[in-house]
Design a binder for this molecule. Structure first.
Ligand SMILES: [Zn+2]
Length: 365
């Protein structure tokens, strides 16, 4: 889908406006008029803010998908495992309920996957229902009754995939997906002297690819040249590879040239966040700091690239291309080598400090 932005007109714009209005976002006097004016842009920004998305005031794939998914409430439709998988706030609500009751419905991504089905079957068996994995009125009524009975109890902490445990402490044998942000006509942020985010990201990814392969990793790239790859094609690549880790490389930008430093983003959606993602972010951030970046910290975001794959995912922005200081650093020889080496070292640190899958702590592998 083409991004919808200020000045656009048509049915697609009306559709976006209707969905925003239903969600309670203000469109001003114009209402649903099929014109992407300043008020629509403001409403889109408010929506993006609330959903933890990148706040750019445009409707691209990620924002569109979120707009569609917010439209569903639990009970609107039957939920079960199928291809393509059900996705939406109804699935998210189901996961939250199951997780609170102690049935492990996995990371709260709002996707009805195998983890959700297993939890539903588990729940149905426990509740004396027919275990068919189909969530309809009967299962929902039982869930609601149990929730009331259990309310006030602490929610359980839901582990990431494999309970966050890893198969080995070293990089050798790990499947790592690398995603260079932007590409083709989509340059991303451009520095004062013309350095583009898409090129910086790709240079870092290609160097990381070499380093990780030398460590014995199996590496998959979402793009290896200057192409514009749609978001959900990227996530398909990561999922098809069954990657344990996904690192997406970007660069930051800000209206103020003062903004400077490195940041890492892990998956977070409302109260749920990927604990492993956050730990990985801290390890990589510490190494970036050692390498000469000023590490600003790690932040939870609901970006599609982090949410879709089950891989422990991280979006890394080692610098602000809009900062003259950071740009100067990026122009110096050895920048790509140092930053790529720092990210590799952070991943190795994470692995070295994570319990092995064979060291059981009562968690299902
Ligand atoms: Zn970017």
């Amino acid at each position: 889908m083409r991004n919808l932005t200020l000045g656009d007109r048509g049915r697609e714009v009306s559709d976006v406006q209707k969905r925003l209005l239903t969600q309670g976002f203000e469109l001003g006097r114009e209402g649903v008029d099929g014109y992407y004016g300043p008020n629509t842009r403001l409403a889109v920004r408010a929506f993006q803010q609330r959903r933890g998305l990148l706040v750019d005031g445009e409707v691209g794939d990620n924002t569109w998908r979120e707009l569609v998914e917010t439209g569903y409430t639990l009970g609107d439709r039957l939920l079960y495992l199928r291809e393509p998988q059900f996705r939406g706030d109804d699935v998210l609500g189901l996961q939250v309920k199951l997780n609170l009751l102690g049935f492990n419905a996995g990371a709260e991504r709002g996707v009805y996957d195998e983890d959700v089905e297993r939890a539903v079957l588990d729940f149905q068996r426990n509740a004396g229902l027919v275990p068919d994995g189909i969530v309809g009125p009967v299962t929902l009524a039982k869930l609601e009754a149990l929730r009331k009975a259990e309310s006030g109890r602490e929610g359980k902490k839901i582990p990431d995939r494999y309970g966050g445990r890893v198969a080995a402490r070293s990089l050798a044998g790990q499947v790592v997906a690398l995603d260079a942000g932007h590409g083709g006509p989509d340059t991303g942020v451009v520095s004062a002297s013309g350095l583009t985010e898409k090129d910086v990201a790709l240079a870092l990814v290609l160097r990381l690819d070499e380093l990780l392969r030398a460590d014995g990793c199996q590496v998959v790239l979402t793009r290896s040249g200057d192409q514009d790859v749609p978001l959900y094609e990227r996530t398909e690549t990561v999922m098809a590879a069954d990657a344990a880790f996904m690192l997406s490389l970007h660069a930051n930008g800000n209206d103020s040239p003062e903004a400077q430093g490195a940041a890492c983003y892990y998956f977070q959606r409302s109260h749920y966040f990927s604990e492993r993602g956050r730990r990985l972010a801290e390890h990589i951030g510490a190494r970036l700091d050692d390498a000469g970046a000023r590490f600003l910290g790690s932040f939870g975001r609901n970006y599609g690239i982090l949410r879709e794959p089950k891989a422990i995912g991280l979006l890394v922005e080692p610098l602000f291309l809009t900062s003259p200081a950071d740009e100067g650093w990026a122009r110096r020889p050895g920048f790509v080598d140092r930053v790529a080496a720092a990210i590799r070292a952070g991943l190795a640190d994470y692995l070295a400090r994570t319990p092995l899958a064979s060291e059981r702590g009562g968690e299902r592998p």
